[in-house]
Write a protein that binds this ligand. Structure first.
Ligand SMILES: C[S@@+](CC[C@H](N)C(=O)[O-])C[C@H]1O[C@@H](n2cnc3c(N)ncnc32)[C@H](O)[C@@H]1O
Length: 476
């Protein structure tokens, strides 16, 4: 096989980043945009030692798993890589991925993994969207035209407001519609774009480190309907912000709060060192279960409210908590799992390494009148171990719930959890691969075994899947 070869193939499987897998005489070829079951013609782009990459040039016989993508930007925007796959097939791929990963990386015997808990409507599910200002992405044809070639000096020639193209942090797709948050959020983006570019406001360039507009973050509570608009800029221009606020409120009178985050940081992070509130209190509220959360522009919150509730309910169901149990919520973030389970427990101890998140967790507990949760700040690699070493042990846990980041747990933490010998361990994960690796460590000594598995689909039309595993202490 060599670059430029045109070959016929049947797509067999899905890989990451919108790619699919075909095999030619057993040799793996990644094809962008294929769906398992498609018969395609493809042109080989690169050949490496263990795999090749090819472009799909003709769809000879489409897979029955295909569906018409709803979004006109599908295939260009990196937001939804699976919108061309029927939702039921997406769920089946995710289910199989969880089952295969537990078997292959975790070394577990085949497990009966149920279908992921699905969304009734897999569109408009996000409560937060972060849009960027930047140089508009142009088609290859436009790029080939020398007069259109902007941005070479780092100056923004043709501004856009939307999402970055996958792998192109220097180009922004000027989105006029998006099916991820809501119809009104797309209208807000369009109004703000018109205002900003109509007033010739400059766009921040990471090359020249100049320009005013950086990001637009819209947070929209799915349960209370409250909405926040947060414009992230490089400097403070109150007159502009006041004009924009008046315009937004005239068009969207029910907007709850409008804020301006200001940052001169070199990197593109939509968080300001300073925040100015132009309307409302600077916060919105959202509900998960019986709890209400106050969310500010920069606080972390699960992006899919409906599915976060189902995720936490699943964790609660697997935990088998008794009324006087001590429960650890490890990697507790802003305390949402701890608060979700607190009513049925004796005491809950949350441990989290980001200080701001710990402060938010304490505030969330107070706001909800919850008094049996203690939130500790610290790195889990040290806190659990050192608190024991220093002779001030935390109360022994009956149940441990963990929800680590994508990288999973440090091996030391996995072993420490086993040595604390809780009756039940619940592992919530956004990455089945690291989860399988960690579960292998936890189950190595045969003190624990997997009792239940339940994937939850938090991000329809993407490859991402959350998975909850319940472990019980083996009878000895
Ligand atoms: C997937 S989030 C879980 C958040 C929370 N459970 C929720 O549902 O919103 C993982 C959290 O682990 C925290 N974290 C990452 N590494 C850590 C460590 N070594 N020790 C303690 N916390 C850590 C992150 O700051 C983040 O808040």
């Amino acid at each position: 096989m060599k670059r430029g070869d045109e070959l016929g193939a049947v797509i067999e499987d899905l890989a990451v980043e919108g790619k699919s897998v075909a095999r030619i005489d057993g040799f793996v070829v990644f094809v962008r945009g294929g769906v398992p079951g498609d018969t395609v013609r493809m042109r080989v782009r690169t050949v490496k030692r263990n795999f090749a990459e090819a472009d799909l040039i003709a769809l000879e016989s489409p897979s029955p798993r295909r569906t018409e993508p709803r979004c006109r930007y599908f295939g260009t925007c990196g937001g939804c890589t699976w919108q061309n796959i029927a939702y039921s097939s997406q769920l089946e791929f995710k289910r199989r991925h969880v089952a295969d990963t537990l078997e292959r990386l975790g070394g577990f015997a085949p497990l009966a993994v149920p279908a992921p808990l699905a969304m009734a409507d897999p569109f408009y599910y996000r409560n937060k969207m972060e849009f960027s200002f930047g140089e508009r992405w142009r088609t290859d044809e436009e790029m080939a035209h020398p007069r259109m070639e902007g941005g070479a000096t780092g100056e923004i020639i043709e501004p856009a407001l939307g999402l970055h193209l996958p792998g192109r942090y220097d180009r922004v797709l000027d989105l006029e519609e998006c099916w991820l948050q809501s119809e009104s959020s797309a209208r807000m983006v369009n109004l703000i774009r018109k205002f900003c570019f109509g007033h010739s406001l400059s766009v921040f360039s990471t090359v020249t480190q100049s320009g005013y507009l950086r990001n637009l973050v819209i947070r929209e509570s799915k349960r209370t309907g409250e909405t926040m608009v947060n414009l992230v800029t490089r400097d403070d221009r109150p007159v502009i912000m006041e004009q924009l606020t008046r315009l937004l409120l005239a068009e969207f009178p029910s907007l709850t709060t409008i804020v301006n985050n200001i940052t001169e940081r070199r990197s593109q992070v939509a968080v300001g060192e300073r925040e100015k509130v132009y309307h409302g209190t600077g916060t919105i509220t959202e509900r998960i279960g019986t709890r209400t959360y106050r969310i500010s522009a920069n606080s972390f919150f699960q992006t899919n409210t409906e599915q976060a509730e189902r995720l936490y309910d699943t964790a609660l169901g697997f935990a088998h908590i008794r009324a006087d149990d001590v429960v650890y919520d490890l990697y507790s973030g802003t305390g949402t799992i701890a608060l979700h389970i607190a009513a049925g427990a004796g005491n809950v101890i949350g441990i989290e390494s980001v200080e701001q998140a710990v402060e938010d967790a304490r505030k969330n507990a107070e706001f909800n009148g919850v008094h049996n949760c203690l939130f500790l700040h610290g790195d889990l690699k040290e806190t659990l171990l050192s608190s024991r070493r220093q002779g001030e042990p935390l109360p022994t846990p009956d149940v441990i719930i963990v929800d680590p980041p994508r990288a999973g747990m440090h091996e030391k933490v996995a072993r420490e959890i086993v040595s604390l010998a809780p009756r039940t361990i619940v592992y919530v994960s956004c990455n089945p691969s690291t989860q399988a690796r960690d579960l292998k460590i936890i189950c190595q000594s045969q003190e624990y075994s997997i009792e239940s598995v339940q994937p939850v689909d938090m991000f329809p039309h993407t490859q991402h899947i959350e998975n909850v595993v319940g472990l019980a202490k083996s009878f000895q």
